[in-house]
Design a protein. Structure first.
Ligand SMILES: NC(=O)c1ccc[n+]([C@@H]2O[C@H](COP(=O)([O-])OP(=O)(O)OC[C@H]3O[C@@H](n4cnc5c(N)ncnc54)[C@H](OP(=O)(O)O)[C@@H]3O)[C@@H](O)[C@H]2O)c1
Length: 247
């Protein structure tokens, strides 16, 4: 079903922050292509929203499948007007013991796949007259975090990719923004973040005293699409309860 507002593709939309973003964009009236490895779709509990979701199998590490999924999203959704690069991976290891292969695995999903999906989306966005790419980074992009070297490096790369594409594609009417969350409560980490040592650590470290929610990140992303702020591009917007700038 094509849609007058066009289609936005969201990677890793089956769960966590990606699912919340897909639903928030569907609520804005967009057709949302949920690009997921296992073919899962977020649970809407609402027939009208469910109609706006298009589930497409896609492994972001497989460029062929990304190319095919974006072509299908553009075709079925009445033109591709956006891409949210959300799929990501977080692992930890002591830097002295971090294998090169593990470093490269995180870079491949968190950084290389972000660039590759943007490149594959580019011709579709140009055809649609322009659009907005939102890359989901992390406030770890500017922090030195023990046992997080690969993740921090990959998210810093997301900021750099965002800036370069924003400059290079501005004349194509394509804007690129990095939304960089702090600690976010999702279904997966709810138990570990809701109580115990991590909870007390976060209460002490996050100025507002508690982690963010997937819904807060999703509403920020939806606002970026809704407001269509043509002079905003290339920036990293932090949504971290001020943790990243706290002393
Ligand atoms: N949660 C936080 O506190 C937090 C903070 C800052 C930034 N972020 C960033 O926000 C994004 C989403 O995080 P989250 O917490 O929602 O993570 P999550 O619950 O672990 O979900 C990760 C998503 O990425 C997908 N994914 C992983 N590898 C993939 C691949 N090769 N192809 C397609 N999809 C793949 C997963 O799909 P499967 O279900 O198939 O595995 C899943 O949908 C990530 O980029 C993360 O780095 C999260």
């Amino acid at each position: 079903m094509a849609n007058a507002k066009g289609c936005i593709a969201v990677t890793g939309a089956n769960r966590g922050i990606g699912a919340a973003i897909a639903l928030a964009l569907a609520r804005e009236g967009y057709r949302v292509a949920c690009l997921t490895r296992g073919g899962g779709t977020p649970d809407t509990g609402d027939a009208v929203l469910a109609e706006r979701l298009l589930t497409l199998r896609c492994d972001v590490l497989d460029e062929q499948s990304v190319r095919a999924a974006l072509a299908c999203a553009a075709e079925e959704g009445g033109g591709l007007v956006g891409l949210v690069n959300n799929a990501g991976l977080h692992t930890t290891a002591k830097s002295a013991e971090l294998a090169t292969a593990e470093f490269e695995r995180l870079m491949a999903i968190n950084a290389t796949a972000v660039f590759a999906a943007a490149r594959e989306a580019h011709p579709h966005l140009v055809r649609a007259g322009g659009g907005l790419i939102v890359n989901i980074g992390s406030f770890f992009d500017k922090l030195g975090v023990k046992r997080n070297l690969a993740y921090c490096a990959s998210k810093a790369a997301v900021g750099a990719i965002t800036r370069c594409l924003a400059v290079e594609w501005a004349r194509d009417n394509i804007r690129v923004v990095d939304v960089a969350p702090g600690y976010i409560l999702t279904d997966l980490n709810r138990e570990v973040m809701a109580s115990g040592p991590l909870r007390s650590y976060l209460e002490g470290r996050i100025p507002r005293g508690e982690p963010g929610t997937a819904d807060e990140v999703a509403r920020l992303v939806a606002a970026l699409y809704r407001e269509d702020l043509r002079f905003l591009s290339g920036e990293t917007i932090y949504i971290d309860g001020a943790q990243g700038i706290a002393h």
